[in-house]
Design a protein around this ligand. Structure first.
Ligand SMILES: NC(=O)c1ccc[n+]([C@@H]2O[C@H](COP(=O)([O-])OP(=O)(O)OC[C@H]3O[C@@H](n4cnc5c(N)ncnc54)[C@H](O)[C@@H]3O)[C@@H](O)[C@H]2O)c1
Length: 398
């Protein structure tokens, strides 16, 4: 019975379109994506849909049940095939480790689900190609979760470049640096890029800045790469020595179709760097600088500053309503956090699903995910051959 003076909320009268989510994996990204879906109705006064956390899948019954209860999923299961084939599910969200992206995403697409898959699209180029091709064939919506595209400062940078504010783009130099492997005596289990899927640092975090290069500058046509594994043996917690082949630092020179050139550096041995991503872009009329550790700012230099004596980099706080991706309940000057990149990414995907909009160019589709894999393959080959390689040698039309 109702408490006197209180009324039951009738959710059947909701104007929101409900989109049902099936989440595969409840680790770091399963949590980040679940949190992002939950934040959608809080973050947008007119959200495109209300995500319903229908079911989450994992392999350990107690853990997945506990997580389902904690995150607010209505159901859980232990077999990803059930999730990928469930007719009630609209969006299948694959948050498993890199070597599990392929099969569940393919099966979900074959069963008509719209699919979000964490980056990198796959560890194997051929699998990434098949995923992109399947997305094309089935015409469902797909997104590879290159979430940094959806930070307000990054979107503002994208806008400035597209509006020609920087003029002709000359250079892009990007770094993505972490420190997990800097100590040669660190146990292998603690060095994520050398353990588990052994994805390496280029695949693991370099992929983000390759996607950033595509997003902000454009198509990459040739690369010259150098991979380095400093610590070729690491002990595990039991004291046994293990060979390490994963790259710990990879640096590459990029050549773009539009004539720009660039460098990318990804490292897991940058002592002191927790999760540093930064890049600078120089154009004929201006420059911009982004630093993930200060993600609500974009440094902007414009040659149009007047009078010329005031010319200099301005540190623009991108929290005004005129800036892209602002959360309208947050007044000017109220910062967004790292997790908001995922909130915006998932809200964009919901919009694409509900309103039949293309995921590209603002989001990274599976085709974009495949393009990143092609560049990774080219950098690896360039390093192995000790010479510059052209991208067209590795990529296929999708
Ligand atoms: N975009 C980003 O910001 C970002 C950040 C970190 C990781 N990632 C990517 O996200 C993905 C997941 O990384 P993570 O850090 O969340 O890993 P994690 O190890 O924390 O979580 C992986 C989850 O997948 C589950 N899982 C694995 N195999 C499964 C199977 N066969 N069936 C059901 N569940 C299975 C695990 O139990 C776990 O819950 C990786 O591809 C990683 O590269 C992306």
């Amino acid at each position: 019975m109702d408490q006197k003076g209180f009324f039951q909320v009738d959710y059947s009268k909701s104007d929101f379109i409900e989109v049902k989510i099936g989440m595969l994996g409840y680790g770091f990204m399963g949590q980040v994506h679940s949190n992002a879906f939950i934040k959608v109705p809080f973050s947008f006064s007119d959200p495109v849909a209300r995500p319903v956390l229908l079911a989450i899948c994992g392999r350990n019954q107690k853990k997945v049940e506990d997580t389902a209860r904690r995150f607010g999923y209505k159901e859980y299961c232990l077999d990803w095939q059930l999730l990928a084939k469930d007719p009630r599910i609209d969006i299948f969200d694959n948050c498993t480790p890199d070597d599990w992206h392929y099969l569940p995403s393919i099966v979900a697409m074959e069963n008509g689900k719209h699919v979000i898959c964490e980056k990198p699209l796959s560890l194997k180029l051929e699998e990434a190609f098949q995923m992109a091709q399947k997305a094309r064939e089935t015409k469902i919506k797909t997104m590879c979760c290159y979430n940094y595209r959806f930070l307000p400062a990054v979107r503002f940078a994208h806008q400035l470049i597209k509006q020609g504010i920087l003029g002709k783009i000359y250079q892009f130099r990007a770094k993505y640096l972490q420190q997990q492997g800097h100590n040669p005596f660190e146990h292998i289990e603690k060095v994520w890029y050398a353990h588990g899927t052994k994805s390496g640092i280029l695949m693991g975090i370099g992929s983000h800045i390759i996607d950033m290069a595509h997003f902000l500058i454009g198509e990459i046509t040739a690369v010259s790469g150098l991979r380095k594994t400093y610590n070729q043996m690491r002990k595990d917690c039991s004291g046994k020595s293990n060979p390490v082949s994963a790259d710990e630092c990879t640096i590459a020179i990029l050549e773009f179709k539009n004539g720009a050139i660039g460098t990318i550096e990804s490292s897991g041995v940058s002592t002191g760097r927790k999760n540093y991503q930064g890049w600078e872009i120089n154009g004929s009329k201006g420059s911009i600088v982004f630093d993930l550790e200060d993600l609500n700012h974009l440094q902007v230099y414009s040659t149009d500053a007047n009078p010329p004596e005031i010319q200099g980099f301005s540190n623009v706080l991108v929290t005004d309503s005129e800036h892209p991706l602002q959360i309208n309940y947050l007044p000017s000057g109220h910062n967004q956090g790292w997790e908001y990149g995922h909130v915006h990414a998932l809200h964009h995907f919901l919009d694409c699903v509900v309103n039949d909009k293309p995921v590209e160019p603002l989001g990274a589709s599976f085709q974009d995910g495949y393009r990143v894999q092609v560049v990774i393959e080219a950098i690896n080959q360039s390093s192995a051959r000790g010479k510059r390689v052209e991208i067209k040698e590795f990529g296929r039309d999708i």
